[in-house]
Design a protein around this ligand. Structure first.
Ligand SMILES: Cc1cc2nc3c(=O)[nH]c(=O)nc-3n(C[C@H](O)[C@H](O)[C@H](O)COP(=O)(O)OP(=O)(O)OC[C@H]3O[C@@H](n4cnc5c(N)ncnc54)[C@H](O)[C@@H]3O)c2cc1C
Length: 377
């Protein structure tokens, strides 16, 4: 919905966003930006069992649903389809040179607002891998780490989204009272933490599980240093970046390895003084290292932590070993091994799971939405 010229959300008392756990009709309000001075809002209304799709899509029904907030002389409807959402994850996201990303690879319920976000994570994950391949730094087997990295992450988001939907969409007065009582008494089950990477190109412990903080997102620090001031990725660039606490030594060989793959070795300090260090102005990254009890982290080009350590060289060695099967700078010769009838050892990160089981198929409730023009169709 687009407010008519001169009509404001403040006059009408329309919130910027809202999640109404109303058992009569669960309703969501989402901001849609401003178009030529006119405010957009998206409403999502749960379709009730006795309502038909055709009925929900009529203009009269949409205005009736909106009547508590806005009237026809105050706004224009932009779009109002009935949308049935699903939880689906493709069981395969690569077939040779074809990769699936975004909604083609997964769709999810709307309650986390993560559909486009997940697609962007796919794009970021794929882009650094493709970049290394196109630069001749890596074999295309690197792409085999894409599915194990992305599919569990998306599945976790779907599970949280379903969990939230089950709290929001309770179209039953008695059941909604039970839910409210749980929240008011503090006994409501907590939401699972936001997912991290659990598989793929991550530092592993002896049991093969991701080690320490491997798979977590590194903080997006604000820094000032010899190259300037701003967000860390703008100032230092992205890549396999080795972030060191002041005083941590790194061998020329490790530095060459990191820089040879487009990464940087960056010393990060909480205050000026350490030579060549960038200063973490809000202490986010320094605090992250301290909390993890390490003095070095190796951050992947998509900002996930590959691994952490006290001492840099061992960490670089670990990445080197993990990349060995795909690293064209180091193992060009080994790539010819299959031609000679020899088998290459493949680290866990690049092994395709024997039985992919990412397919989740759960129909969920339907929602009719009077939607504003936004990025979301
Ligand atoms: C009601 C609703 C609310 C949403 N709210 C949110 C939200 O709050 N936050 C969020 O993160 N996400 C949200 N999403 C999800 C988000 O819109 C999608 O996840 C995202 O748009 C998917 O982007 P995509 O590029 O993968 O696919 P799409 O946006 O579907 O783009 C695919 C494109 O490919 C084109 N195409 C298809 N077939 C062909 C072909 N054969 N040849 C050429 N082109 C083709 C299509 O026309 C389309 O333009 C919402 C979705 C809906 C429906």
């Amino acid at each position: 919905m687009l407010l008519k010229e001169g009509v404001t959300v403040e006059q009408l008392g329309i919130p910027e966003c809202g999640q109404y756990c109303n058992p009569v009709r669960p309703t969501t309000i989402v901001p849609g930006g401003i178009d030529n001075g006119r405010t957009c809002r998206r409403w999502e209304f749960m379709r009730l069992p006795e309502e038909t799709k055709e009925e929900m899509e009529t203009t009269e029904k949409v205005w009736a649903l909106l009547s508590g907030w806005v009237q026809p002389d105050q706004a224009d409807l932009v779009r109002h389809p009935v949308y049935t959402f699903w939880s689906l994850v493709a069981d395969k996201s690569r077939d040779g040179r074809v990769m699936l990303a975004g909604d083609a690879a997964h769709v999810k319920p709307p309650f986390m607002g993560q559909g486009m976000c997940a697609g962007m994570r796919d794009a970021v994950n794929l882009s650094w891998k493709l970049d290394m391949i196109l630069k001749g730094l890596a074999h295309d087997r690197l792409l085999d780490a894409y599915q194990p990295e992305r599919a569990p992450h998306v599945s976790d988001i779907i599970n949280i989204s379903i969990f939230l939907g089950q709290i929001i969409c309770i179209p039953d007065i008695e059941e909604s009272h039970k839910r409210d009582a749980m929240f008011l008494s503090g006994t409501a089950p907590p939401m699972a933490p936001f997912p991290i990477l659990t598989d793929g190109l991550l530092e592993r412990d002896a049991s093969g599980a991701p080690k320490g903080i491997a798979g977590q997102l590194a903080p997006h620090a604000t820094v000032v240093g010899p190259k300037g001031e701003g967000r860390l990725d703008d100032v230092e660039g992205t890549g396999f970046n080795l972030m060191l606490a002041p005083g941590v030594r790194v061998s020329p060989e490790s530095t060459a390895f990191i820089e040879g793959r487009g990464g940087k070795v960056v010393t990060i300090a909480d205050k000026a003084g350490a030579p060549d260090a960038v200063v973490d102005t809000h202490g986010k990254l320094v605090g992250f290292l301290k909390e993890a009890g390490v003095d070095t982290i190796l951050v992947r080009p998509d900002f996930y932590v590959y691994g952490s350590a006290s001492g840099a060289d061992r960490l670089v060695q670990s990445l080197r070993a993990d990349l060995k099967a795909v690293d064209l700078k180091e193992t060009a010769l080994e790539l010819y091994m299959p031609i000679l009838g020899l088998r290459l050892y493949t680290p866990a990160a690049f092994r395709t799971p024997a039985t992919p089981s990412w397919l989740i198929r759960r129909p969920f409730a339907c929602a009719a939405a009077a939607m504003a023009p936004s990025t979301f169709p």
